[in-house]
Design a protein around this ligand. Structure first.
Ligand code: NAD
Length: 505
């Protein structure tokens, strides 16, 4: 609940489908009461749906899965990585892979490269590296292409982004200069702050989708890749809500032919990829693959999807701290998050439409972790605010401040301040690498490839996608456990529950 102006109070809540609602009241107590009632109803609705889902997916499905477990095709040949949006994140990722391949740097921050997975009991001493435990593509097998509205090759784009050191980029120049952007599918109405010359033309959005599909086939042929992945690293598009056009493949294809304005460019890339059977990950908060049509297409063509919005800086911290408050039953009255950043992403987010897409993605986290419907006295009345301010002098080096007002025993207030001086793309690049390798694993795995959404990859996202009716897990450590247990499950290893009674038998 918040006060809009004197005498105007807004109830503010999420429904069971994760949609946000606001309603105006003339008194604070009426707004608060309405908000609590709606939140409780939403939680009850979700709990009911989850029980139904659990009942539906019980015994017969599990035994089918058990039979499938372990059928993972080997990672043979080259893996083609296709990136719409060759800006700061994309270039830091590709340059980083090349630097690691050349032995110039280490893959710090990457779970697939540096992480381990414990197997069996704590006393067994079995903790292989993730990349040795499951068959992942090697870094030497990665080949790249991308699309952008600007004509700069990856060396020029990385230089403009200003993330990586000039000396490192000079060593990588021969390789980075060879990765040039294909003309993009772009609509200025969806990203108001930028415009560029390298854009495809077509009479209808379906024509544009066909051109992207041709790009995909051409890249597969010219690169010799045996498998492909698409990773959206493009700018954040303006906020829209799903419409009739997004509900089924039939209505979406009609809308593409009719040039429906509710079809954003990122959706055209997603459609083209999934039609070609290529998995798609969404690093931005746009809807893109978080739509019924994309789930349908993903399942039909066995092309896994995941998203949305890389969880890198401030939200990473939020999903570490909020679970700690809930674990200790410490109350929360307010969380004010503000950021300054000066890269192109910051400039794009300066537009209210793009900012709203990002804001929705950042705001959802606390509600889901703290479950105010279950703990109304602790989390029923939180003032949560997120601001992003474009401030050019900082470039990609963002500063994110959090002021957190909590309360403890007998209601005594306390404050926590977090000041994270982070580097946006340095935090995002290893996430891109892991998602590329894990999505490729999912595509090669008989049990995962037909599921559509890969919820086990929630670990990497601010707004993890889930099947309709299931609320997302935002707690970073639950997400990590889910990810590692999925890997154990795929390899027929025992899941780790941390029960641990057996050590005291
Ligand atoms: N860096 C992070 O920590 C982080 C975290 C979460 C999400 N993200 C998201 O990742 C995305 C990329 O971030 P960035 O810092 O690299 O931004 P950026 O502005 O440097 O790069 C985005 C690129 O996308 C291009 N682009 C825009 N629309 C396009 C289209 N339709 N087709 C092809 N190219 C298009 C732009 O020209 C630009 O080069 C953004 O949406 C950002 O919000 C970044």
């Amino acid at each position: 609940m918040y006060q809009k102006r004197p005498g105007v109070f807004m109830a503010d809540w999420w429904d069971a489908d994760g949609r946000r609602h606001r309603k105006q009241f003339s008194t604070a107590s009426a707004a608060r009461e309405h908000e609590h009632r709606e939140t409780a109803l939403a939680h009850a609705e979700r709990a009911g749906r989850e029980m139904k889902l659990a009942a539906r997916s019980s015994t017969p499905r599990r035994s089918k899965h058990a039979a499938d477990t372990g059928t993972i095709e080997p990672a043979k040949g080259k893996l083609g990585v296709m990136i719409p949006g060759m800006g700061a994140v994309a270039t830091t990722f590709v340059a980083g892979v090349e630097a690691i391949r050349k032995g110039l740097a280490k893959p710090i921050g990457s779970l697939t490269q540096m992480g381990t997975v414990r197997l069996g009991k704590r006393t067994d001493g079995r903790s292989p590296k993730v990349k040795e435990f499951v068959p992942l593509a090697g870094l030497d097998d990665l080949v790249f292409t991308g699309w952008d509205i600007f004509e700069d090759n990856m060396y020029e784009a990385a230089t403009n982004a200003g993330v990586l050191d000039y000396r490192l980029l000079e060593q990588l120049k021969p390789f980075l200069s060879t990765v040039t952007p294909r003309p993009a599918v772009f609509d200025h109405n969806y990203v108001k702050k930028i415009d560029g010359p390298n854009v495809k033309k077509g009479k209808t959005k379906m024509d544009l989708a066909e051109q992207l599909r041709q790009d995909i086939r051409d890249f597969k042929k010219s690169s010799g890749a045996t498998r492909l992945i698409t990773m959206w690293c493009g700018s954040t598009e303006s906020y829209i809500e799903p419409t009739e056009a997004h509900q089924s493949l039939k209505s979406f294809e009609k809308a593409l032919r009719d040039n429906d304005e509710m079809i954003a460019p990122s959706m055209i890339y997603a459609y083209a990829s999934l039609m070609e059977g290529v998995p798609f990950a969404n690093g931005a908060p746009n809807l893109t693959v978080d739509l019924p049509v994309m789930l349908e297409l993903s399942r039909k063509n066995e092309a896994p999807i995941c998203g949305k919005d890389f969880k890198t800086g401030q939200t990473l911290m939020k999903t570490v701290l909020a679970p700690a408050f809930k674990a200790r039953l410490l109350g929360l009255s307010g969380w004010y998050s503000t950021n300054i950043l000066g890269n192109r992403d910051g400039e794009v987010l300066d537009d209210p439409g793009s900012f709203k897409t990002k804001e929705e993605s950042k705001l959802g986290v606390l509600e889901h972790i703290l479950q105010p419907g279950l703990y109304p006295e602790l989390y029923g009345n939180i003032f949560h605010k997120v601001r992003i301010n474009y401030y050019p002098p900082r470039g990609d080096n963002k500063e994110g401040w959090d002021n957190i007002d909590i309360f403890g025993w007998l209601g005594y207030p306390m404050q926590i301040k977090v000041d994270f001086l982070c580097r946006d793309s340095i935090l995002a690049a290893p996430i891109v690498l892991d998602l590329v390798l894990f999505l490729d694993l999912a595509k090669r795995c008989s049990e995962l490839r037909g599921l559509g959404i890969q919820e086990w990859l929630s670990f990497y996202f601010k707004s993890p996608m889930t099947v309709p009716g299931l609320y997302p897990e935002h707690d970073l450590f639950i997400q990590l456990m889910k990810l590692k247990n999925t890997l154990r499950h795929l390899k027929g290893e025992e899941l780790i529950t941390h029960l641990g009674l057996e050590y005291y038998d």
